[in-house]
Design a protein around this ligand. Structure first.
Ligand code: PMP
Length: 295
C-alpha cells in the first residue's frame, strides 16, 4: 500500500485513499484494456510532462480510447495534484481504462472511460544497485511483436513482461533482457537498455519493438550534450556480452548500471565511465536529486 499522504485524482476530482476505488467491471481490470504513464516529480516540477502526455494520448489514439480530459486540462489536473501532494519529489501513475462495462470484451459496451492518477513515493531499487550494478538474464518470454500489440503503446497488458521478471528472479537476478521475435535485443521488463562499446553509446532502435522511453530519449539528448556518440541500432546478445558498459533507463529506475548478463561480467563489472558521466548529467538535469530513491 502507498503512503497515507498520497494524492489521488479519480474521474474528475481529488478523492481520499478510501474513495480511490474502481469497479470490478472496469475493463482495465477485466481485460487490461487501458493505458498508463509513470512520471517523476523532481524539485516540485513534473519531469518531461509534455512528452509523457504526448505518449499517453498517442497510446489512447492507437487503442481508440477517448481520454475524458484534453491534454491541457489533464496537465492542469496533474499540476494541481502536485500542488496538493506538497512534496518536492514524487512519482505519478497516470491511468486511463475503457471503464466499467459488462463481462464481454466489447469496448462499446463500456459506459465511460476511467481516468485516474496517483501521486506517491517510489523506490524501486536499493542504492547499492546504483553503485555496484545489477545482474540480468535474458528471458525466454519475448517482447510482443508489433503486429500483435505495438510495444509503443503503453498498455495495461504487462503480463509477458511480468513473466520475464519472474524468470529473472528465479535465476537469482534483478531484471531480464527481453528479445524480439527475431531474437534481437528489445528492452528490459520496464526499462530500456543501453550499451557502450569503444566509447560509443548504442540502444535498440524503435523498430526493434520497444517502448520509446522518455528516460531513453533524455539519455540520448544528454549524450549529444556530453559529446558522446550515440546510435539507435540493432543489438544482439553478443553485443551485450561484449559491451564495455551496460545500463537500463526508466522513469522509476532512472539509470541503473548492469554488471552481469547471463553470467558474463560486463566490462570491469562496475559501473563504467560513460554510464557514470551520463548518470551525473542526468542528476544535474533533474536538480541534483538522488537517482536511487524518492522518499
Ligand atoms: N520499457 C518499458 C516496457 C516500460 O514499461 C518503461 C516504463 N517503465 C520503459 C521502457 C521506460 O520508459 P520511460 O523512460 O518513459 O519510463
Amino acid at each position: 500500500m502507498g503512503a497515507k499522504d498520497m494524492t489521488v485524482y479519480l474521474n474528475g476530482g481529488f478523492v481520499s485513499q478510501e474513495a480511490a476505488v474502481v469497479s470490478v467491471y472496469d475493463h482495465g481490470l477485466l481485460y487490461g484494456d487501458g493505458i498508463f504513464e509513470g512520471i517523476r516529480i523532481y524539485s516540485g516540477k513534473i519531469f518531461r510532462l509534455e512528452e509523457h502526455l504526448r505518449r499517453f494520448f498517442d497510446s489512447a489514439k492507437a487503442i481508440l480510447l477517448q481520454v475524458p480530459l484534453p491534454p491541457d486540462k489533464l496537465a492542469a489536473a496533474l499540476q494541481e495534484g502536485v500542488k496538493r501532494y506538497g512534496k518536492d519529489e514524487g512519482y505519478i501513475r497516470l491511468v486511463a481504462t475503457r471503464g466499467p462495462g459488462d463481462l464481454g470484451l466489447d469496448p462499446d459496451k463500456c459506459s465511460a472511460p476511467t481516468l485516474f492518477f496517483i501521486i506517491d513515493t517510489i523506490s524501486l531499487y536499493p542504492e547499492k544497485f546504483y553503485r555496484e550494478g545489477i545482474p540480468v538474464v535474458t528471458a525466454s518470454s519475448r517482447r510482443l511483436p508489433a503486429d500483435g500489440l505495438d510495444p509503443r503503446v503503453k498498455t495495461l497488458n504487462y503480463l509477458n513482461n511480468i513473466m520475464a521478471k519472474v524468470e529473472a528472479k528465479q535465476a537469482g537476478c534483478i531484471e531480464a533482457v527481453m528479445l524480439n521475435q527475431r531474437g534481437e535485443v528489445a528492452e528490459c521488463t520496464a526499462d530500456n537498455i543501453f550499451i557502450v562499446r569503444d566509447g560509443v553509446l548504442a540502444t535498440p532502435a524503435p523498430h526493434c519493438g520497444i517502448l520509446q522511453g522518455i528516460t531513453r530519449q533524455t539519455v540520448l539528448e544528454l549524450a549529444i550534450e556530453e559529446g558522446i556518440s550515440a546510435r539507435e541500432t540493432v543489438l544482439t546478445r553478443f553485443d551485450l556480452y561484449t559491451a564495455d558498459e551496460c545500463f537500463m533507463t526508466g522513469s522509476g529506475a532512472e539509470i541503473v548500471p548492469v554488471a552481469r548478463i547471463d553470467g558474463r561480467i560486463i566490462g570491469s563489472g562496475n559501473p563504467g565511465p560513460v554510464t557514470e558521466r551520463l548518470h551525473h548529467a542526468f542528476k544535474r538535469l533533474v536538480g541534483g536529486q538522488s537517482l536511487a530513491k524518492v522518499r
